[in-house]
Design a binder for this molecule. Structure first.
Ligand code: 6GU
Length: 265
């Protein structure tokens, strides 16, 4: 990581702390379709547009609200990002992981990453199902670590946190998430490739943030909301509106899960 990116994250964290809590325990990144679920975490103590903090890009995509909230959830001080920056926006890796680096600089020890994903296993996945991410394939071609910064990725997504989530909702399943750079959805041939490779979910986010969070020593939980069945596996073409609608339909269930989980950290 360049020192500039580090400095920018520290500056953002300082500004954030001056406007909300002194420190934070957990960060939650709300991906496409998850923004409505954020309300279940409770009344924010503070809310600001990301653009009021150094280093954040304005939101590029509908369904990504571009706001940050400070919310007390049970005993935990939570930093909630309504939306994220994606690699497909073309700004490079640093803006994609800036939220996570800011959260780490603000003290968080736990990072919850949510996303909308295509399901690769139609025989056991339904649209609207949340799936715990057990591991990932990073096919973005990018990495937030630079230099000879070798990091063990044996357990990117915390086994302890997955167990905690399943205690709250025993119907939760687990899957391997693949990230592509996007912004195109996959071809049917790419989807068949991912099935062969053992992947269960496909999307355009999360993996770079997870690596940045692990670099900073945080425990990571990843949750995908299956918003559609991937290309060639259903008879319909994909569109972004379908992804957002699946999120709206599942918001209450997702919100309850996140609120209970955050309260138990
Ligand atoms: Cl099918 N693919 C990708 N790359 N991202 C998605 C998706 C599919 N569904 C929701 N997000």
């Amino acid at each position: 990581m360049s020192n500039d990116a580090f400095d920018l994250a520290r500056a953002a964290a300082d500004e954030l702390r001056s406007r909300s809590f002194d420190s934070f325990d957990v960060a939650l990144v709300m991906g496409s379709g998850w923004v409505p679920a954020a309300d279940a975490l409770g009344e924010p103590a503070a809310e600001l547009p990301v653009t009021e903090l150094p280093g954040f890009a304005p939101p590029a995509v509908e369904g990504h609200a571009g706001k940050i909230r400070a919310v007390r959830v049970g005993g935990a001080r939570a930093l909630v990002f309504l939306g994220r920056t994606h690699l497909y926006e073309g700004l490079g890796v640093d803006p994609v992981v800036h939220g996570v680096r800011t959260a780490l600089a603000a003290g968080v020890k736990t990072v919850v990453l949510t996303n909308a994903a295509g399901g690769l296993r139609p025989e056991r996945q339904k649209v609207g199902d949340p799936v715990l991410i057990s591991d990932h394939l990073n096919l973005t071609g990018a990495n937030p670590l630079t230099g000879a910064d070798f990091l063990d990725l044996t357990e990117v997504y915390s086994r302890r946190l997955r167990t905690l989530a399943r205690e709250i909702d025993p119907s939760l399943t687990e899957g391997v998430y693949t990230a592509f750079r996007g912004p195109t959805y996959e071809t049917p041939a790419e989807i068949r490739m991912l099935q062969t490779l053992g992947s269960d979910l496909v999307g355009m986010s999360t993996v770079l943030e997870a690596v940045a969070a692990r670099r900073g020593g945080a425990e990571v939980l990843g949750i995908s909301l299956v918003t559609n069945i991937a290309a060639g596996l259903s008879d319909r073409p994909l569109d972004h509106e379908e992804v957002l609608e699946a999120g709206r339909a599942s918001a209450a269930r997702m919100g309850d899960l996140l609120a209970t989980l955050t309260g138990k950290l």
